[in-house]
Design a protein. Sequence first.
Length: 338
Amino acid sequence: MVKPVSNPPNPWESVHAEWLGEPPEAKLEVFEERARSILSKNDSPDIGFEYSLNPYRGCFHSCSYCYSRPTHQYLGFGAGTDFERKIVVKTNAPELLRDELSRRSWKGDVIVFSGNTDCYQPLEASYELTRRCLEVCADFRNPVAIITKGTLVRRDAELLAGMARHTPVSVSLSIAFADDAMSRAVEPGTAPPSQRFETLRILSDAGLRVGISVSPIIPGLNDGDVGALLERGRAAGARFAFQTLLRLPAEVLPVFQERLEQTFPGRVRRVFHAIEEMRGGKRNESAFGKRMHGIGPRWQAIEALFEAQCRRLGLNAEEPETFSGYRRQNSQPSLFDA
């Protein structure tokens, strides 16, 4: 059952607030729930991992392009401002995870934090659900991969480094814009890119395998940033990189279009023309449709630039970054062996 919190934790009253930037001026509503499950299983061939964990529903980062917005409607909330300011907290996430990893059927697949909303959004500073779930994974030596825009991940650098001595661990910082001001306009609740690059450096210095996700590529808006982002990522210690093209499923399209018209009115026509060019004449698509990848000469040029820059910088020079290839080195054989 989802219940509102009458006096929710203030995510900005924390020693970690300096990592999160200035708090946006918006009312935050927090709802706590006792979730029935915590691991989501993905069977899409377009997504490179099978299991993901999301301690929170909704995301304070407020990225106008977030493909997860429509999922908030399953809770009776909206995909717009509700997604950004009505955050659901799965208070029993660590306990559920421990139960899952204790099952004899669990094979030690990598767990991705997070596949839907950011596991290091500001409320994590108060609830610490992501950290507690990582501690569970550490107990079982279960491999993890983190994808985040949240610089709060710095707090857990020591924990993650300790885990990495026994099982595969990777952390990817999602950085789509080279300019802090442009990032603020499109993803106003996130830390600026400059702080995310600094976070990459801190995690790399801690001995972690880190990478940069140049995502999403918004043609006509940030596709010219690809080279600079990869260079800065490599300089900060990134060892791998990947990119994804913007998706605008269902209600994401009007949210993104409204934000774009407010912040970059002179680019609206150019951006949507480029999107249609790369999406076979379409702006929109179903949330889990088959058209996941770009098409046409413009997208091919972006991909070619990305791959050439990665080769030049030595990114992705190791074995391919495949989530599904990780398996746990079992630390508790009595729980899992027949």
